[in-house]
Design a protein around this ligand. Structure first.
Ligand code: TYD
Length: 135
């Protein structure tokens, strides 16, 4: 795992490939640096949609675009970075208190998210000014 800035860590997963094709395995506390409690995926996203638009108080997540592509804009109140998710063997690890916006979804995009906690609406910060005030 290589740290490229304070907003996210880019991750590259080993591809088990042979003449039949490719396979990637994700395992808690092995190539995913937390216990995976929840997996969800976003697909069939309509054109021009922006998703996310929130930060989390405590949650850690790994995002992997298993098909197609999308972009993610990350902001920690001090710096901003845009990452192009377009490779099923790459992911990004996002810690808490990072504002995220996903956009430019290709029609075939499947964005898979692994999280270290169950869904909890109380962990969401959905107002940008509130997010800034918590930093
Ligand atoms: P939402 O937070 O709007 O998604 P995004 O951050 O991608 O814009 O979630 C959409 C709906 O799905 C909302 O009603 C909450 C629900 N949801 C769950 O029930 N479980 C989950 O793990 C997630 C991420 C969302």
């Amino acid at each position: 795992m290589s740290k490229i800035n304070s907003l996210f860590q880019k991750m590259t997963f080993k591809i088990h490939g042979d003449e039949r094709g490719s396979l990637i395995s994700l395992e808690s506390l092995k190539n995913i640096p937390f216990d995976i409690k929840r997996i969800y995926y976003i697909f069939d996203t309509k054109p021009d949609v922006v998703r996310g638009l929130h930060a989390h108080k405590n949650l850690k997540q790994v995002l992997i675009c298993t098909s197609g592509s999308c972009k993610i804009r990350l902001d920690n109140g001090f710096e901003e970075n845009i990452f192009n998710l377009n490779n099923a063997s790459e992911g990004i690890l996002i810690e808490s208190l990072v504002w995220r916006e996903m956009y430019d979804f290709s029609p075939d995009c499947v964005l898979m998210v692994l999280a270290n906690e169950n869904y909890d609406e109380n962990d969401y910060i959905r107002d940008y000014k509130t997010f800034l005030s918590l930093l």
